[in-house]
Design a protein around this ligand. Structure first.
Ligand SMILES: [Zn+2]
Length: 475
């Protein structure tokens, strides 16, 4: 059965590569993935899945079921691109469409690798080898906000037994690191306009409030947990120096290892913003865009995935792939692997150096990173609090390629990315089959998850009634 699933992915690799390349070309931003989601839905419909589209108040969110009964295995797919990263599938910088988005996080591969797994599991259900329900989740806008949190709030994960996902990366490895919980919020200040030279005494500058808030926040940094993070950009600051700005806004991320720490910092930040309104005689409103948890993997799921990774093996890159990756390496920052070096225990350092000196990762990296925190955030974390979840990465990028880079856009649209994606599809498929064949594994995972969250249940970080932030999309 394991062989059959692997065979299915091999036999259908041209179809999967074609879908992935189309989504790579669409390169649609979060919440605007209309063509990408339509193509995935069409493929799932044609394969006989029952699709529910337009879910959880998002027109590009959907899920697709095949099979029936228990267990329900959910595989997560994403397909949003990043702004300004348009790039041809070439090993040097050459823009495909000026100013357009690009798949700098490889979510074209992510969505289609997961799709391939769901289709391969469907074949096993059809032949009567396994029983249960395989479900593909089409999750929009991973890069920008917590779409998965909305899907959870809608009850779409209530009957799920196991969830799994993967991500394109430099390496083939099991994800064991946690991620930072986050709130992303826009503070909007309202003042009173005036001629900045003619009657300044009548003006109350909203931009002053933004600047004073930022000063307060920067002083607050001194008194935060070392692992917490605070970043902001001014998204509106006025139009002309001779007009006192009546409207200004600043967009913040507040991150910390635990959800309650984010909430504490966020409360302090609101006080800083209130202080700024007092100083400037302005008013302030909060546009809460998103909140997410930290990731907590369930060990039983991680173990099943780890086993599947060893069964499938690493992607097999050829000479042309190596030449391409070596060429790309010339444009990369020298210290781009620094973060990984910090994860390597001393006894593995020699091996790590040998792996890191290669243009592409050709082996499965032994499990590393447990107990450490990746300083990014993802809405996969919310799923991990809701149901037992495991995640892994496969090598779809040249060694040393930074996250969200044009270099990743390049490899996501050619054979290096394709090979990593097909490897991921196989790993996900045989892991799902493992759970479908062994109800005791499902039960063990569920017990472990229940135990971890018994005093620490998932409470949606999204304030009641909050809608997905369509109003923030650029016109
Ligand atoms: Zn990503």
């Amino acid at each position: 059965m394991v062989r059959q699933a692997i065979k299915w992915v091999k036999a259908n690799q041209d179809l999967l590569i074609d879908i992935s390349d189309q989504i790579w070309e669409f390169a649609e931003l979060g919440l605007e993935e209309y063509k990408s989601s339509k193509l995935l839905i069409k493929t799932l419909n044609e394969a006989g899945f029952s699709v529910k589209s337009n879910v959880a108040d998002m027109s590009t969110a959907f899920y697709a079921d095949y099979g029936k009964g228990k267990p329900v295995i959910g595989i997560l797919g994403e397909y949003d691109a990043l702004p300004g990263l348009s790039q041809k599938a070439l090993p040097f910088r050459e823009v495909l469409t000026e100013g357009a988005p690009g798949h700098g996080c490889g979510h074209n591969l992510l969505g289609v690798g997961s799709l391939g797994a769901a289709l391969a599991v469907k074949e096993a259900i059809d032949t009567g080898d396994v029983k249960g329900n395989i479900r593909f989740y089409g999750c929009p806008a991973e890069e920008t906000f917590n779409s998965k949190g909305y899907m959870i709030r809608e009850g779409l994960f209530d009957d799920v037994d196991i969830a799994m996902t993967w991500h394109p990366d430099n390496f083939n490895r099991l994800n064991l690191m946690s991620s930072l919980a986050v709130n992303s919020v826009v503070f909007k200040f309202h003042g009173r306009t005036a001629h900045a030279a003619g009657d300044p005494q009548n003006g109350r500058s909203a931009l002053d409030a933004v600047e004073l808030m930022n000063i307060g926040a920067n002083f607050m940094r001194e008194h935060m947990l070392p692992d917490a993070r605070l970043h902001y950009v001014i998204t509106k600051g006025g139009d002309a120096p001779n007009v006192v700005p009546a409207e200004a806004e600043v967009y913040y991320f507040v991150r910390a290892p635990e959800r309650h720490q984010v909430e504490e910092l966020y409360t302090r930040l609101i006080n800083v913003a209130k202080g700024a309104t007092l100083m400037t005689e302005t008013t302030m409103e909060i546009d809460f865009l998103s909140g997410m948890y930290n990731t907590m993997y369930t060990e039983v799921v991680s173990d099943v995935i780890s086993n599947s990774m060893r069964n499938v093996g690493a992607p097999r890159f050829n000479k042309d792939d190596k030449i391409f990756a070596n060429e790309l390496k010339k444009s990369m920052p020298k210290d781009s692997l620094e973060g990984f070096y910090r994860l390597i225990p001393p006894e593995m350092m020699e091996m790590a150096k040998a792996i890191f000196s290669q243009p592409l990762n050709k082996i499965i990296i032994p499990p590393i990173g447990k107990g450490k925190v990746d300083p990014g955030s993802t809405d996969v974390a919310d799923i991990s609090w809701k149901v037992p979840l495991g995640e892994f990465t496969t090598a779809c990028e040249a060694m040393g390629s930074p996250g969200h880079s044009w270099q990743n856009v390049a490899t996501s649209g050619m054979s290096i990315g394709h090979k990593g994606m097909l490897t991921a599809a196989k790993i996900l498929a045989i892991s799902a089959l493992d759970f479908m064949r062994n109800p005791d594994l499902v039960e063990k995972a569920s017990k472990e998850h229940d135990h971890t969250h018994k005093d620490n249940p998932y409470i949606s970080p999204l304030p009641e009634g909050l809608k997905p932030p369509y109003h923030r999309l650029k016109k």
